[in-house]
Ligand binder design. Structure first.
Ligand code: CTP
Ligand code: MG
Length: 180
């Protein structure tokens, strides 16, 4: 029961988990805010680039399509009817995750936090909130079928744990400048 909820929650959120990690590897180039400041601080900062956002979104969508290709054997393997991603849902999950993270940087800059500063809570959940808002807006029928209340509860508990683990690992591997 809980196992099948975790399997569904994880599978459905992979297209939202991948983009931020892909952006870390792809980041660089022109910042989205073009260096502009607002009220004495950068609008978003150098950590939010066009390239990171585009590559992160594209990788998230491609991963969703890859999961679609193996959904039948994967469902059989775990004994759970895992969801297939409609294209609009895949795009919404991936882009929504990036947008949530960008929104968080906007809030970090407004609260005087420099690029890379941690904002506990926000850092762990910004992209989940962005991805879920986007997918419920763009593909409401798909989203309500997949993200039932129990699945949402599992997502809310599992995501911060996964986020902390992957970021500490990326930091230890030298891929990220901070462990958050
Ligand atoms: N990145 C990017 N574009 C994005 C998101 C991330 O280019 N939309 C890249 C940047 O190189 C960034 C790295 O991924 O430095 C890590 O992402 P994140 O931790 O979100 O950015 P920070 O540099 O910590 O900046 P902030 O304080 O604004 O979160
Ligand atoms: Mg950061």
């Amino acid at each position: 029961m809980v196992g099948s909820l975790v399997a569904t929650a994880f599978w459905a959120m992979v297209p939202a988990y991948v983009p931020n990690n892909a952006a870390v590897l792809a980041g660089g180039g022109r910042p989205i805010d073009g260096g502009r400041e607002w009220r004495g601080a950068r609008l978003l900062g150098d950590g939010k680039t066009w390239r990171g956002t585009a590559v992160g979104t594209a990788v998230g969508v491609l991963v969703a399509l890859g999961l679609n290709a193996v959904v039948d054997p994967a469902s059989t393997a775990v004994g759970v009817d895992l969801p297939t991603f409609e294209l609009p849902a895949a795009v919404a999950l991936a882009f929504g995750a990036m947008a949530g993270d960008i929104g968080a940087s906007f809030l970090k800059r407004r609260s005087g936090r420099e690029r890379g500063a941690s904002f506990p809570g926000l850092d762990q959940l910004d992209f989940v909130v962005g991805a879920l808002l986007a997918v419920f807006l763009v593909a409401p029928d798909w989203a309500t079928a997949v993200f039932t209340l129990p699945v949402l509860v599992v997502v809310a508990v599992m995501t911060p744990l996964l986020h902390v683990t992957t970021n500490v690992a990326a930091y230890a591997l030298g891929l990220k400048n901070e462990p958050w």
